[in-house]
Design a protein around this ligand. Structure first.
Ligand code: SF4
Length: 329
């Protein structure tokens, strides 16, 4: 690890100013991503601004939404009673997303900004990687692809987005509160991440020095049932091969509104708008779920190493939809 300067921020304005004027500075929160990247030699900030003393933690309940401070840990959010009752799929994704040790350190803001687990990205000096070193190429396209994406890919990068909790948050239309030197702004999570295109090193819409301060989750209508289903190679401490986050509101045996997002398949948490269109107004059942799943994966561009993911993702979504609608008729 290279030497760096450590600063502890006393207020958010100070932290944002320091990181804005110094492009080699970075924020430090739980450290579960940042320190790993520094040890691997992927990130080499010359200055780390510790934000853990800022008053950005805690869950507050508002009339139509739950506001989650960016420094709230995964474990704290999973333990919140309103989250358990009204956002079941968020809680399930948090618990499936990391070991208890990591959940007690990792923050929600940091979780949204975690970098890809692409093995080539994390192997500097050996593997070509356009995300880490723009213009160098992409070792994964001719390499081992099992843990890579099939939706939102480009000829420059097929890296998978690794977050679990970002998947139900994307389905929910959560909003990210951001603070920069010009003041605060709000970004919808569905517009927060950038697919790789020709610029894989640009992963989200944050500007240099902008800090996530909170995430706001709109309360779904009472009676909405939700579920996060994660399929992986082993039962714990593993990233998703495929996952599905679904929230379904029914009335009289008919789906009024379905929210669907997929994980383990996209370069960004993947909102399956086309699947939602298929489900709206339909009676729950395997046939319509399969049509929704086909719609969700219609744009997939698998490579030989990821071809299995198309059917697996479809089955994952069908199973998740069956789970949340089993008592709906
Ligand atoms: Fe880098 Fe993306 Fe290629 Fe992985 S898939 S090696 S992150 S460019």
């Amino acid at each position: 690890m290279r030497p760096f300067e450590y600063l502890r921020a006393d207020d958010a304005t100070q932290a944002v100013t320091v990181v804005t004027i110094d492009p080699r500075a970075a924020f430090l929160a739980g450290g579960t991503t940042q320190v790993d990247l520094m040890k691997d030699g992927v990130a080499a900030p010359t200055r780390l601004v510790d934000i853990t003393r800022l008053p950005l933690g805690g869950v507050s309940h508002e009339r139509d939404a739950v506001r989650v401070g960016a420094l709230t840990t995964m474990e704290e959010l999973a333990a919140d009673p309103v989250v358990a009752e009204r956002f079941a799929f968020v809680r399930e994704a948090l618990l499936a997303g990391a070991s208890p040790q990591l959940r007690n350190m990792a923050t929600i803001g940091g979780n949204l900004l975690q970098r890809t687990r692409c093995r080539y990205f994390r192997d500097p000096g050996v593997a070509a990687c356009d995300k880490r070193d723009p213009g160098s190429g992409c070792a994964a396209i001719e390499g081992v692809q099992r843990m890579h994406a099939i939706l939102g890919t480009s000829g420059r990068c097929i890296a998978l987005h690794a977050s679990d909790v970002a998947v139900p948050l994307t389905a929910l239309d959560a909003t990210v509160h951001v603070q920069g030197v010009a003041g605060p702004r709000l970004v919808r999570l569905t517009e927060f991440y950038l697919p790789p295109g020709d610029t894989p090193h640009l992963e989200n819409v944050l500007r240099q020095g902008e800090l996530i301060t909170a995430v706001e989750m709109p309360l779904p209508p009472p009676g909405t049932r939700s579920h996060y289903l994660k399929v992986r190679d082993r039962a714990s401490y593993e990233f998703a091969l495929t996952s599905a986050a679904v929230a379904v509101e029914t009335d009289g045996g008919v789906i009024v509104r379905a929210r669907v997002a997929l994980g383990g398949v996209g370069t960004i948490p993947w909102r399956a708008w086309d699947a939602e269109d298929v489900l709206a107004g339909a009676r729950p059942g395997r046939a319509v779920f399969e049509r929704a799943a086909e719609a969700a994966l219609a744009g997939a561009r698998p490579l030989p190493g990821t071809a299995f993911k198309v059917e697996l993702a479809e089955r994952t979504l069908v199973r998740a939809l069956e789970t949340v609608t089993e008592d709906a008729s």
